[in-house]
Design a protein around this ligand. Structure first.
Ligand code: G4P
Ligand code: NA
Ligand code: NA
Length: 194
């Protein structure tokens, strides 16, 4: 998605060889106009998959997921990372290891919002090692629903998540794929292919 690559080039800040900061439009401040286009693009890529529900994880997955849900006309449920006062009944839970934080966290979705007949599209902001995505897949599988695809805003293709999820047989659609972040520069897989 060219618009997204341009946004990353113009506003992204390379913090290290492994980490890209995109706080101006995705992880802190949110650009709704870009996010709307992201929703349209996800909807286009998955429109023939009979998706009935989008599953994401708080907090930064929510805005692209909601925009895709708006386009597809379906509801969006986000996995919670923190205990909630009201989210208490019939919880599906999974453990997610974070490489960046080097800690394991529990994520949870109420089984009320996923049924065995659902065809799920998983959406997230970043794909790095794929731990969050695998936790979401686990939650969806526990409900008996099926994962039809995974939509990612920014994939770091040099980390192992995308390859692992594809090896597991999942369709992964990433709107921007980063080949490297070395020397303070963002290089896209898409540019290398052109
Ligand atoms: P993984 O799920 O793919 O294995 O990733 P990891 O544990 O490394 O990621 C932990 C958090 O860091 C996630 O957000 C993930 O989206 C984010 N992240 C990973 N790599 C990058 C990066 O290069 N740039 C940015 N900006 N974020 C990255 P989170 O902590 O759950 O935060 P949030 O969703 O509440 O924003
Ligand atoms: Na994030
Ligand atoms: Na995320």
């Amino acid at each position: 998605m060219k618009l997204l690559r341009e946004k990353i080039q113009n506003e992204g800040i390379v913090l290290s060889d492994g980490v890209l900061k995109v706080d101006s439009f995705l992880n802190h401040q949110i650009d709704p106009i870009l996010m709307k286009e992201i929703g349209i693009e996800f909807a286009k890529r998955f429109e023939n998959e009979g998706i009935t529900k989008i599953v994401t994880i708080e907090s930064s997955g929510i805005s692209p997921a909601v925009m895709a849900g708006l386009e597809l006309g379906i509801k969006v449920v986000f996995a919670r990372k923190r205990k909630s006062l009201t989210l208490t009944n019939h919880l599906l839970t999974s453990k997610v290891y974070s490489f960046t934080k080097q800690e394991e966290n529990m994520i949870a979705i109420s089984s009320q919002y996923l049924s065995s007949t659902d065809r799920v599209l998983i959406i997230d902001d970043f794909l790095a090692n794929g731990e969050a995505a695998k936790g979401l897949i686990d939650l969806v599988n526990q409900s008996g629903a099926s994962v039809q695809g995974i939509g990612i805003v920014i994939e770091k293709s040099f980390q192992k998540g995308a390859a692992e999820l594809k090896n597991l047989g999942y369709r992964v659609e990433s709107l921007a794929r980063i080949q490297s972040l070395t020397k303070g520069k963002v290089s896209f897989v898409e540019d290398a292919q052109e």
